[in-house]
Design a protein around this ligand. Structure first.
Ligand SMILES: [Zn+2]
Length: 374
């Protein structure tokens, strides 16, 4: 499996601390996360081919998903923060416009202290000096992998036509990036996320003029979000459209708390194309894998997509320090294999997972499970 990554994902975004349950703690979405996953991949050269080749797709695909004023804010927030006397650890909102208080549109944010609340929904997305560059880089790495997805998908179709392979052996690619993306909305950051890598990749695929789906329209994409937390950002970005299909398995009693209900089904043209499956903290290996298989059977396969994009989080792991079902490392190869059985070209994009000791093994388990023939 080809792996796309960049050293800048480690070096450019390094907040020193965050606040969890009222306490100051180290920043769980740490640079070390990428390092331990990379180490696992490097130790398995028969399965993974790592490249740091990153193409620059520019601002255009990012601005198709995120609003211009939000992008300008992210780019300049730290500089303005420091000018106004903010702490050098990074931009952290002190006042967030609560929906019972704010009258947005009437009272626009005038300085960075106000903007930090307007453009962020929690206290975990700390903006440091080079955070925008890191998030930009993560988006470009994901786009580079997405461009390659088109190539391997075409090869796959050709091999099937030639009788050289069957639909049971789909190609897979992996974008090892940070910061993650699935909590980032159109114009709000939060949950360690600034730019929504999966949404940017999905929109870019649909915008390729020469890439036609089975009905002559854009290619159809099914997003499978298997992070422990609900991907409120991806849901919001695609809530009113029937392409992509957004599906998510996540905790029903955890962050981000106010989204992820199974009653959130999409709106307008998007009604029925947003599938949330909330699960309790007590979820075990068998329960998780069986629910995923049912989700695939009931929703992903009938959608008849051309590509699968996976928001790959392993904070479902039982010992994850900020999350966790009762899921063990044994479940991850089974999860990967269930995704393989969909039979479609698949791009995995790294989201959460904070148990440093098992992070490489658990991410590697999903990818190896995808590669394993039944
Ligand atoms: Zn998560």
């Amino acid at each position: 499996m080809k792996v796309f990554t960049s050293t800048l994902c480690t070096t450019m975004h390094t907040p020193q601390y965050e606040f969890l349950s009222g306490a100051e703690t180290h920043y769980y979405e740490s640079p070390e996360r990428r390092e331990v996953i990379l180490k696992y991949l490097q130790e398995h050269p028969d399965s993974f081919e790592i490249t740091e080749r990153v193409e620059d797709f520019g601002l255009d695909p990012i601005s198709k998903v995120h609003k211009k004023d939000f992008l300008q804010y992210l780019e300049h927030a730290y500089e303005e923060w420091i000018e106004e006397g903010g702490h050098p650890n990074g931009v952290l909102p002190g006042t967030i416009p609560h929906y019972k208080v704010a009258r947005l549109g009437k009272q626009k944010a005038s300085n960075v202290l106000a903007k930090s609340g307007e453009y962020c929904f929690d206290m975990s997305a700390v903006i440091t000096k080079d955070t925008f560059k890191a998030a930009w880089n993560a988006a470009q790495v994901t786009l580079t992998a997405t461009k390659d997805l088109i190539r391997v998908a075409e090869q796959y179709e050709q091999s099937i036509a030639d009788g050289a392979t069957s639909r049971e052996n789909p190609p897979g690619l992996y974008a090892l990036v940070r910061p993650p993306g699935h909590h980032a909305q159109t114009d709000v950051c939060g949950g360690y996320c600034f730019l929504n890598n999966v949404a940017i990749a999905t929109q870019w695929l649909m915008d390729q003029p020469n890439l036609k789906g089975k009905d002559g329209g854009p290619k159809k994409i099914a997003i499978l979000d298997i992070d422990f937390h609900h991907g409120n950002g991806t849901q919001e970005i695609f809530y009113t459209t029937s392409n992509p299909l957004y599906t998510s398995l996540h905790s029903n009693e955890d962050y981000p708390y106010f989204t992820g209900s199974d009653l959130e089904k999409g709106e307008g043209e998007g009604l029925g194309f947003n599938i949330n499956i909330p699960l309790p903290h007590s979820t075990t290996d068998d329960e998780y894998v069986e629910t995923l298989e049912k989700l695939i059977k009931d929703h992903v396969l009938p959608y008849d997509a051309d590509y699968i994009i996976v928001s790959l989080g392993v904070d479902t792991y039982k010992d994850d320090p900020i999350a966790g079902f009762l899921v063990t490392s044994d479940a991850y190869p089974r999860i990967g294999n269930a995704i393989r059985k969909i039979g479609l070209p698949t791009l995995f994009v790294q989201e959460g997972g904070y148990c440093i000791e098992k992070l490489g093994l658990n991410v590697g388990g999903i990818l190896q499970g995808f590669l394993a023939k039944a």
